[in-house]
Design a binder for this molecule. Structure first.
Ligand code: ADP
Ligand code: MG
Length: 349
């Protein structure tokens, strides 16, 4: 049958439709970890534990002590376009949760062996387990004890999609990506206690704490003592825009742009406009080819920034990009200009 001969139009099986959608968001174990961790944060977890085996290709398990999912909602948790986070276009425009597309669990469970166990009650005997089976991805729910909260286990990622599995790299590389995702999430919420384990070994264990010194301890433990010793704390508010965080001094530049964290309303983003403002601010104080380090938090009214630009939500669109750009540039420029005793620029790596 050639492409030119007419063929009947059919609706895809749910699993196949989900596998196609998974192509957009599920690239590797780190992308699965990102989605599961975002769900744990949205659920209000105070403690989030991430357990990984073989770089995440064998197992990624995220456990939280958040609100959990009630038994009657469980079948919908793995269904596509099903979400508890928004119900209308107005909700979408002012969205403050990390998720809202209702696609992640459906996508991930179509390309892995996903099991979700949850309990929305205080009695640990009340837990339930759900898996999605067959081409129709019918939800099967069975009792499973679990303390209040949710655990999602994703095993054997891409076991049924060989074309995608081929793109997986070594265990070490996949874990490095996953650890970076964990780092970003842990830097986005200091009030949450975090644990990351790889092949039964604890890689990061971060106690909760929102005070300035607790924050600095967390940054030092995730990015190294050097980072915090060569950074200056900044805090600035102009109208509805608020910027805070740590700006690396030119004495601690790096050969790669690998320690640059920028959060917009708690969501880590890679944005061209932000990158440009930062580059401009460092232009005169950094040697060519060197990259600054920073951990910065921008907050602004959720309805002046659009987060629904790309399925991975790594990009955002500001309603008034110019103002945001100028605010960032002037804040950083001022900070760097006033904290530089001389133009010395020794490298830190
Ligand atoms: P989204 O996060 O965009 O809503 P997901 O597919 O990631 O979509 O999750 C679907 C729904 O399952 C969520 O809206 C939420 O109601 C529920 N859910 C997923 N993970 C958790 C969790 N860790 N705790 C509580 N509820 C969860
Ligand atoms: Mg989600």
């Amino acid at each position: 049958q050639t492409l030119l001969s007419p063929s009947r139009i059919q609706v895809l099986d749910p699993r196949l439709a989900n596998q196609i959608a998974a192509g957009e968001v599920v690239e590797r174990p780190a992308s699965v970890a990102k989605e599961l961790i975002e769900n744990a944060i949205d659920a209000g977890g105070a403690r989030i534990e991430v357990e990984v085996e073989q770089g995440g290709t064998r197992l990624i398990k995220v456990r939280d002590d958040g609100i959990g999912i009630g038994k009657e909602d469980l079948p919908l948790a793995l269904a596509r376009h099903a979400t508890s986070k928004i119900a209308s276009l107005e909700d979408l425009e002012g969205v403050s949760s990390l998720g809202f597309r209702g696609e992640a669990l459906a996508s991930v469970s179509s390309v892995s062996r996903l099991e979700l166990v949850s309990n929305a009650e205080s009695d640990p005997r009340e837990g339930w387990r759900v898996v999605a089976e067959g081409r129709g991805m019918e939800a099967r729910v069975s009792p499973a004890p679990h303390p209040r909260g949710t655990s999602v286990s994703v095993r054997d990622l891409f076991f049924n999609t060989p074309a995608r599995r081929k793109f997986l790299r070594t265990e070490k590389t996949e874990f490095a990506h996953l650890e970076e995702t964990f780092r970003r999430q842990a830097l986005s919420r200091y009030d949450i206690a975090w644990v990351l384990k790889h092949n039964q070994k604890v890689v990061h264990q971060l106690p909760p704490g929102d005070s300035p010194s607790a924050r600095e301890r967390r940054i030092a433990s995730l990015l190294g003592k050097n980072f915090i010793e060569h950074a200056r704390y900044i805090e600035r508010e102009v109208g509805p825009l608020r910027l805070s965080g740590w700006v690396g001094l030119p004495t601690h530049s790096r050969a790669q742009a690998d320690q640059q964290y920028f959060f917009v309303n708690g969501r880590v983003v890679r944005d061209r406009l932000v990158a440009h403002a930062v580059r401009q601010a460092y232009k005169d104080v950094l040697y060519n080819g060197r990259h600054p380090v920073f951990v910065l938090y921008l907050s602004l009214d959720p309805d002046v920034v659009d987060v629904n630009v790309h399925p991975t939500k790594h990009e955002v669109r500001f309603r008034d990009g110019r103002t945001v750009h100028d605010f960032l540039y002037s804040s950083l420029h001022h900070c760097l200009a006033t904290s530089r005793p001389n133009a010395a620029s020794e490298s830190a790596d």
